[in-house]
Design a protein around this ligand. Sequence first.
Ligand SMILES: [Zn+2]
Length: 77
Amino acid sequence: MNGKFFLYPYQEGQVVTLKKTHPCGGKTWKLLRVGAEVLMCCETCGHKMSLKRAALEKACVSVTEATDDGSEKTAGK
Ligand SMILES: [Zn+2]
């Protein structure tokens, strides 16, 4: 039996959505460094914070894989 707490394999570059909204209004955070603690950056205001991995597990509602192909990009500046 697997009695260990499952840890989601977070990876640098992924964007996570947290339950709690940041004071700036943003909810998405980009993962900058992943270890026992995860360093992340608010995508809206650029604020950086680190969170224990287990705390992130609880606070996170969804994870978006980083895309390198830029297919979502629209024309413009
Ligand atoms: Zn923010």
